[in-house]
Design a protein around this ligand. Sequence first.
Ligand code: UT7
Length: 357
Amino acid sequence: MSQDLHGRPHSGFGFGAGAGGGTFAGRVGVEIVGSGSYLPQRVLTNQDLEKVMDTSDEWIVQRTGIRERHICDAANGEATKRMGAHALRRALSDAKIGPDDLDLMICATMTGEMNCPATANLIGHEVGVKRAGSFDLNAACSGFVYAVNLAHDLIRGGAYRTVAVMGVDCLSTLMDYSTAGRGTAIIFGDAAGCAIFRATPDTRKGILAQAMHADGEGWKEIFVPRTMHDFPAGQACDPSKLGKVQMNGAAVFKFAVSTFSNLIEETLEKGNVKPEEVDMFICHQSNMRILKSARERFGLSEDKLYINIDRVGNTVGASVPLCLDELRKAGKVREGQKVMFLAFGGGLTWASSLWQL
Ligand code: UT7
């Protein structure tokens, strides 16, 4: 077996320079070799919310399907970096590789720790990653699926061999837990998820079809104002809203229901795959009613469209990788299957990724 530029052995199925831009001689497949996730210890139930705002467990369950969510211990500095580090460590251990085996890390987040550096770098530092490239990507709730498509094509194109994709979000820091914020604060929870993608000589494995879309006109349906200039025309500029998520829930709901169906149709058509051939739809958990409407529209059985929103709420960029990790650990997503990742959210953005595992 020969060695790459860093003195590491490589498998000899056409890999060239290794990390940071070498090229592989032949066409390669892409496989998921590990996953990990993390939920903060603190659980915020609907009953807890009843104590701080005018809401009820009954309203929340009926409108969203959510019973509880996990939130970070902000007072002790728990946020995106720490959650991401837990998820990355667990994914590396699941893949049976170390930090030095990574060539690239992408962190999909809308709650980065600082403007500079990228949170991916901070997470890498926590975990002992010393040489892999790393950067953040912000496509809100669609971020992880965007990053998966990017990682796949970078590996398939031959420049990188092993890529960690994380989806980490800490929305609790952007919530108004009072009656004024009840339309938004009840749905979001904090979490991190990570999947490790690697080149394989089995060229059947990888993405069969993908989509990434955005419509910037819809930015004002979900945004986090930083200054008084950030409010859309016609909306009152309220200083108490700075730094808090502003969401037009009803508009996003309408967008999500139609987008979900169109996106599934578009992706199946591109991949020339029938809905019944897909073993699992791994969807962004935004609202139980949105997920159920997709199930009904495509006649999917309960075991084909995974739902965990009741336990974790809407965890934004972490939503899809958290589902993936839970499904892999339960043996419900495995080699040989076809699975579709789907997400939509702020931006407005929406994205899909249909895989042959
Ligand atoms: O992840 C990415 C993007 N986000 C989403 O996908 C979220 C999509 N949207 C939703 O899930 C839903 O729109 C929400 C769950 C956020 C809100 O549910 P809704 O059925 O669309 O409620 P609404 O905002 O239309 O409000 C209906 C009523 C209002 O009262 P009035 O004006 O009819 O008297 C609200 O004030 O419900 C009231 N309300 C609440 N009542 C009790 C809003 N939030 C609450 C609450 N508890 N937490």
